[in-house]
Ligand binder design. Sequence first.
Ligand code: AHR
Length: 497
Amino acid sequence: PSTRIVVHPSYVVGEIDRRIFGSFVEHLGRAVYTGIYEPGHETADEQGFRQDVADLTNELGTTVVRYPGGNFVSNYFWEDGVGPREERPTRIDLAWRTLEPNTVGTDEFLAWTKKTGTEPVMAVNLGTRGADAAANLVEYCNIPGGTTWSEKRRANGADEPYAIKTWCLGNEMDGPWQIGHKTADEYGTIASQALQAMRRVDPTIEFVVCGSSSRDMVTFGEWERIVLEHTFDDADYLSMHAYYEEHDGDRVSFLASAAAFEAFMHEVIATADAVAARKHSTKRLKLSVDEWNVWYLSRFAGEENLELLEQPRLIEDVYSVLDAVVAGDLLATLVRNADRVAIACLAQLVNVIAPIMTEPGGEAWKQTTFYPIALTAEHARGVTLDARIEAPTLTTGKYGDVDGVASTITWDAETGSLVAILSNRTDAASETTIDASAFSGLTLVDAQTIIADHAGPRKTREDAEAATPKALDGVSVDGGIVSLTLPAESWSLVRFT
Ligand code: AHR
């Protein structure tokens, strides 16, 4: 089975928004406590943040970080997490049934984003609260001073406003599991009210409205339509969440996850554009795919009657090399749709379905999924090109026929770097040519690959290092025609100049 790809620098999908390489830190399990924050750890800084985790966050190429949830945000009282620590209450987090000490709150998280050079994407509680609490939080964060909440921030040690640009209006409000779950009409109304109030506080901020928490929701499609009828003119981004796992040993469908992910994205975009048409609007909403990943959600089922603990080990999925191949394909799909995807957050960053794991008091290490994500964030720059592909067909039980090979080609005119991210979802090697003859004097810089195996999750750091990308041998370039062989069930990144 062979694959043929054609690219030309004039045919561009869109500029890659660096926010596509975002991540997510929720008050969930050990994401915050013993994740990003662990005073007393040998690498902790004077604020209690683990330097080893901050370093890995940088190495991962993380740009924006969504916070504080997730399901957690839907009953979060942000005021609990600011001010003198000894006065902060311990609460029951109803989302994950965990004791929340509020030791880390808004100011601490924003100090961590400063430390890591990341940009916050802040979510507000529209489950159990509304416009009032949301507008006050914008005032606390973004107003320089001279008002009740901005002066409280200054008194709490942050003299300068944080100038948070992007705000998520609630989280997964379509989900019956969500505290304060709402119908699309109810959510559209409260989201619109909160948005208006928040914008009065700071007219420069941007808003993400909640789309569906998965394509499997019975309300999918109708939810987006109704929510956008309420918010279309004011919203900047529409969210979607997508998680994939291997069900019942159906490896073939699992390998095709990114094809399903792309189809889902196109459906959400079509729905947003249909609302635009009804409104006679030329506005084209962009997506905030603010939760995506491989997540063995089915393993979590049954863990719902949780004992009330502080920083429990929750949803600490351990990934295989196959998971890394699929995660790499998912991220490449986000980059391929650069014209409509503005923000994307890998869910999550540390310990909870995460590329970075920690041991309390011990080391931090990279899971298998770390490698394709870090490589893509580092090298996929500039614009995505509108590459045309003829690929072998992969027949799946779950998604029907999909492309067996997927390609994402990026071009950075400033540095002259052409990058091909290639996923072979089939169980046979694919002889592949890329016609890049429109790029003069093309030469190979580097070719790396991750090849799936049949071993299970990689439980230790040493074990996970098996997914370290290896050199992809046999890549040749002749007059701009690239020839290479993509190994079966692999993810590869090939760079040219
Ligand atoms: O990322 C884990 C959880 O998945 C989030 O809290 C929620 O938004 C989603 O269901």
